[in-house]
Design a protein around this ligand. Structure first.
Ligand code: SAH
Length: 195
């Protein structure tokens, strides 16, 4: 197997892991009533961008090699770095789901008996699930040896994050008031100690 094929296979395994982690939460979430929803056009654009950048474009590239003209050489070190970063992302992704539990939603929603979570990964940053998407995007850039398909994930993540984060924090402040305000004082958004 070539180095490039190894990197792409690791990416495919990572995406399967992503779905295995997420699937049970999607099923369970259907059973918890939503009491307030902020679904909007920009939410739909953000979610679609993340899906296209992190899954559709790289998946299409792995299947078809399009756009071949933007391929670049792949290196063993890049595949190793990419694998470590991608699987760290899956570990964080799993931890955030365990911690959010019944409070999780794919979009901006407040569920019945919603609790503010501030433990586990939420003790370091307010948006550790988005941290995991960012790490997935970085892992993808190292694993997929194509400028377009490799970098599409980070772009898709950035569109989702910047369209959503202010609205999400405003919604949390509205619902949880000072409790969320205090929590904001103690945490960064995305990268522990930095941002
Ligand atoms: N931004 C978080 C959560 C993503 S899931 C993260 O990146 O980890 C999105 C939903 O999670 C939102 O609709 C909101 O209802 C809920 N949420 C976000 N932060 C939360 C927190 N600290 N405690 C409980 N629910 C939270």
């Amino acid at each position: 197997m070539s180095v490039a094929a190894a990197g792409e296979s690791i990416w495919v395994l990572g995406i399967i892991a992503w779905y295995v982690i997420r699937f049970p939460f999607e099923r369970r979430a259907k059973r918890v009533r939503v009491v307030s929803s902020r679904r909007s056009g920009s939410e739909a654009v953000g979610l679609a961008s993340a899906l296209v950048g992190l899954a559709v474009i790289p998946g299409f590239y792995v299947a078809t090699r399009i756009p071949r003209g933007l391929d670049h050489p792949s290196h063993v070190w890049a595949v190793i770095v990419g694998a470590i970063v991608f699987f760290s992302a899956m570990w964080v992704f799993r931890r955030t789901h365990k911690e959010l539990g019944r409070n999780w939603s794919i979009t901006l929603e407040i569920r019945e008996k919603h609790k503010l979570i501030s433990g586990g990964p939420y003790a370091f940053v307010r948006h550790p699930m988005y941290t995991s998407f960012m790490l997935m995007g970085i892992g993808q850039a190292f694993l997929i040896p194509n400028w377009f398909a490799g970098l599409a994930g980070l772009l898709g993540f950035a569109i989702l994050f910047f369209l959503r984060v202010d609205k999400e924090e405003r919604m949390m402040l509205e619902i949880f008031g000072a409790e969320y305000g205090d929590y904001m004082q103690k945490t960064k958004r995305l990268i522990p100690y930095l941002y």
